[in-house]
Design a protein around this ligand. Structure first.
Ligand SMILES: N[C@@H](CCC(=O)N[C@@H](CS)C(=O)NCC(=O)O)C(=O)O
Length: 191
């Protein structure tokens, strides 16, 4: 498997997932300054011209959430996702999609100081924080003691948010981010 990668990008999330899976893979460096992510070759892999992208044989996957869903299924022994038919599966899929359809854009709005009117497909960041606090419950992870790909996706958003936007202002979410950052395979931002 090959992960198209730049350490200054969200490709760190896909790399964390690969490492949690115990996958064998190579990193294919992409130089943003040289606009390698907009080259015709790379657009064949990710038509959006963004990182990350994963190639596994004939299979191409882009978008972090899709990559994490793909890897969780490819490495079932890592137990990073409820199996098809398990009662937790619906909530798991919802949280995976929620991570980039609502948490990521809400975070972007906050960092860029944009309004989030209700006509948009997502809520403002404070509402997202309320949702995730409720979903976490007593934790330690989104599925209790079970660490899943949903923690990789949702947790990464809060780790990025805290790094670029300062304190989250929610002790429960701060503790969640700290807990994830204590995992040996997690990425370290700014290194
Ligand atoms: N929702 C996407 C976000 C991907 C994304 O925005 N990647 C940025 C790097 S953090 C990128 O490649 N930006 C370069 C560009 O758009 O020119 C994902 O999770 O994969």
């Amino acid at each position: 498997m090959k992960l198209y990668f730049n350490p200054q990008s969200r490709a760190l999330i896909a790399k964390w997932m690969l490492d949690e899976c115990g996958a064998q893979y190579e990193l294919a460096p992409i130089d943003f300054a040289k606009r390698e992510h907009k080259s015709p070759e790379f657009l064949q892999i990710n038509p959006a011209g963004k990182l990350p992208a994963l190639v596994d044989g004939e299979t191409k996957v882009f978008e972090n959430a899709a990559i994490c869903l793909y890897l969780a299924e490819k490495f079932p022994a890592a137990k990073l996702a409820p199996q098809v038919g398990a009662k937790e599966r619906g909530r798991y899929l919802s949280l995976m999609v929620y991570s980039t359809s609502q948490v990521e854009p809400a975070m972007g709005d906050k960092l860029l100081k944009f309004e989030t009117p209700p006509q948009r497909g997502w809520t403002d960041l404070e509402t997202v924080k309320d949702v995730i606090e409720r979903e976490l419950g007593d934790g330690p992870y989104l599925f209790g003691d079970w660490f899943t790909a949903a923690d990789v996706m949702i947790g990464s958003m809060f780790i990025y948010m805290r790094t670029w936007g300062g304190p989250l202002g929610r002790p429960k979410l701060e503790a969640y981010a700290d807990r994830l950052l204590a995992r040996p395979k997690v990425f370290k931002l700014g290194t």
